[in-house]
Write a protein that binds this ligand. Sequence first.
Ligand code: 6GU
Length: 249
Amino acid sequence: MNYYILTLFPDMVMEGLNTSIIGRAKEKGLLSIEAVNIRDFTENKHNRVDDYPYGGGAGMVMQAQPVYDAYLHVEEKIGRKPKVIYMTPQGKTFHQSMAEEFAKEEDLVFLCGHYEGIDERVLEEIVTDYVSIGDYVLTGGELPAMVMIDAISRLLKDVLHNDTSAEFESFHDNLLEYPQYSRPKIWKDKRVPEVLLSGHHANIEKWRREQSIMRTVEWRPDLIGKAVLSEKEKVFLEKYLEERKKDLH
Ligand code: 6GU
């Protein structure tokens, strides 16, 4: 996977993405990240990238020309038209299934805006996807691009140690992850659940699935209707909901 980030703050994204798992994946050649500084593509002597909005109003607008030329630099380099994701609170909300789709691409371009936005004409010309990371407003698209790159990269082959770990985490089957425990067996008078010490793999698996189901009901009730459950697990869920109803009365 090759990521290209069109930004006014290349250091911010490069430093943020050089650490930990993504940094290691870069070193291993599993992915590459290039920050393209939009300011390097200005054609005025003050290197200005923004100007006042036509029609008036607050703030400044990033001009079309430097954004377009920064994009063309990438398009020429890779020799075809990549997906171009514009980070904007007006976009579709980012989601695990979206990460899975983007992870199939060879190249991804992230366009990070600042100020009050980017001239609409260049967006029409180059953007293929408008994406938000949630219903709150940030000062720019860099943090959202970093969030997306992190979520997409951990799905790429060999990026995580264990090739099964990505699929068994939260949101697999629309269930939250079960609780984890490690040594010691007793900490602050709290014991590790006995079943995890039993070595009985089938019982452990059943307990974990049930924990996932209960957690999803309690913390993300909006997901439980979409959960993929076996017949036995459906019975467990029904019973759990019934008991819970009694407890609430
Ligand atoms: Cl993608 N950009 C900005 N500026 N704010 C956001 C966002 C994106 N997603 C949520 N808030």
